[in-house]
Write a protein of this length. Structure first.
Length: 180
C-alpha cells in the first residue's frame, strides 16, 4: 500500500486529482494507493513529518510555500519519498531549482492528461521501489564484506520504515527532547 500526498492550493484541482487516482476506468489502474490531499503546504509538511509516504505531488505556485521549497523539505524529512511537481506556468528557473534542490523525479504540466499522469505516477513509484531495493542489496553486500555493521543495517531499516525514528534530539541535561 503506497501513500500519495497531493498538495495544491486550489480545491478543484485537488478534487479532480483525487477522482482521477481513484477512477479505475482510466488506464493504467493504480491499485493499493492511499491518496491524502492538502490545500496547505504547511499542513502537508506536518503530515509528512509524522507519516510514511511514498510519493508527494505538489503544485509549483502556492501562496504559503512554493512547490520547490515544499519538496526540498519533504526530501529532508523522507529522502525515500518520490517527489513530483506540476505547474501551469513555465518558470524554467524555478523548475530547474526544484529539480536540483528537491530531487524531483518528474515535472507535469497543467492541464494534464489523466492517463499520462497515472502512467507517470506508476513509473515514478516503480523507479522509487527499484532505487530502494538497489540500496538494500548494496547495504547487504557491504555488511557481508564487513564494511558496515549489523547495527547500522538495522538503523537504516528502521529509518526506512519510520522516517525520523533514528534522529534523537538531546537536551543539555541528557534528556530526550520530544518536541521542537
Amino acid at each position: 500500500m503506497a501513500t500519495v500526498v497531493i498538495v495544491d492550493d486550489e480545491p478543484n484541482v485537488l478534487n479532480a486529482l483525487r477522482r482521477m487516482f481513484l477512477n479505475g476506468a482510466i488506464p493504467p489502474a493504480l491499485s493499493d494507493l492511499t491518496v491524502v490531499t492538502f490545500s496547505s503546504p504547511v499542513q502537508a509538511l506536518e503530515y509528512v513529518a509524522g507519516h510514511r509516504v511514498e510519493l508527494v505531488l505538489s503544485d509549483y505556485r502556492m501562496p504559503e510555500v512554493d512547490g520547490a521549497a515544499l519538496l526540498t523539505r519533504v526530501r529532508e524529512l523522507q529522502p525515500d519519498a518520490a517527489r513530483m511537481i506540476m505547474s501551469a506556468y513555465t518558470d524554467l528557473d524555478g523548475i530547474i531549482r526544484a529539480i536540483n534542490q528537491a530531487g524531483i523525479f518528474r515535472f507535469v504540466s497543467k492541464p494534464w492528461s489523466d492517463p499520462d499522469l497515472k502512467a507517470a505516477i506508476r513509473d515514478v513509484l516503480a523507479h522509487r521501489d527499484l532505487l530502494i531495493e538497489n540500496r538494500r542489496l548494496a547495504d547487504e553486500l557491504r555488511w557481508q564484506r564487513g564494511v558496515i555493521t549489523e547495527q547500522q543495517l538495522e538503523l537504516q531499516r528502521l529509518e526506512r520504515e519510520s522516517p525520523g525514528i533514528t534522529r534523537v534530539r538531546w537536551a543539555e541535561d541528557g534528556g530526550v527532547l520530544l518536541q521542537d
